[in-house]
Write a new protein. Structure first.
Lengths: 115, 114
């Protein structure tokens, strides 16, 4: 069975600095997708970035980039130039191509941006 | 605006009562999902549906039921058999079941026991 691990329950970062949120995954399936979501205190889940297992380049979306190291089975989220509005829970999730719609989530990391 | 609407935002259940959480989407997505989130934890899949009139159990389906009579709607019923229903419930949808398609979420429903 697939598994997602986020080892940082909480992190602080100074405003305008970069921060890396860790995510490791475990699957024997060669075809999968990795997602990062942001969950503010209001509760909604906001899709940030996607990385496919066969993608050659690391995904980037504005201030978000994904440091994808396939051999290490890691998919860390990098947020550049942190803003106060980045304070939220961040979830890493994985979806297998041959497992229907199953999206497996990690336990999340709470990011707090200090002014 | 296109999106996913969940209602109500807050819901209270009495002991032995069934309650139904609404989820409607106007994104023309085929697939819809229900997740449960407990405080400080990640999301766990309750049920999902890839097409109308078809749905599958997720990891924690016991005590829950769903229906998918219309493409736009995927209501979740929390039955009296669910002994610990207090949680945050999130509905999601996606274009297809391909791994590259992100799931888009509603704003959630907070369910509490009276």
């Amino acid at each position: 069975a697939q598994k997602i691990t986020q080892t940082q329950p909480g992190m602080f970062v100074q405003e305008k600095e970069a921060v890396t949120l860790d995510c490791t995954y475990d699957t024997s399936d060669p075809s999968y997708g990795l997602f990062w979501y942001k969950q503010p205190s209001s509760g909604e889940m906001i899709f940030l970035i996607y990385q496919g297992s066969y993608d050659q380049q690391n995904a980037t979306e504005g201030r978000y980039s994904l440091n994808f190291q396939k051999a290490r089975k890691s998919a860390n989220l990098v947020i550049s130039a942190s803003q106060l509005g980045d304070s939220a829970m961040y979830f890493c999730a994985m979806r297998l191509n041959n497992a229907g719609n199953m999206l497996t989530f990690g336990g999340g990391t709470r990011l707090m941006v200090k002014p | 605006d296109g999106g996913i609407t969940q209602s109500p935002k807050y819901l209270f259940r009495k002991e032995g009562q069934n309650v139904t959480l609404s989820c409607e989407q106007n994104l023309n997505h085929d697939a819809m999902y229900w997740y449960r989130q407990d405080p400080g934890q990640g999301l766990r899949l309750i049920y999902y549906s890839q097409i109308v009139n078809d749905f599958q159990k997720g990891d924690i389906a016991e005590g829950y039921s769903v229906s998918r009579e219309k493409k736009e709607s995927f209501p979740l019923t929390v039955t009296s058999a669910q002994k610990n229903p207090t949680a945050f419930y999130l509905c999601a949808s996606s274009m297809s079941d391909r791994a590259s398609q992100p799931q888009h979420f509603g704003d959630g429903t907070r369910l509490s026991i009276l």
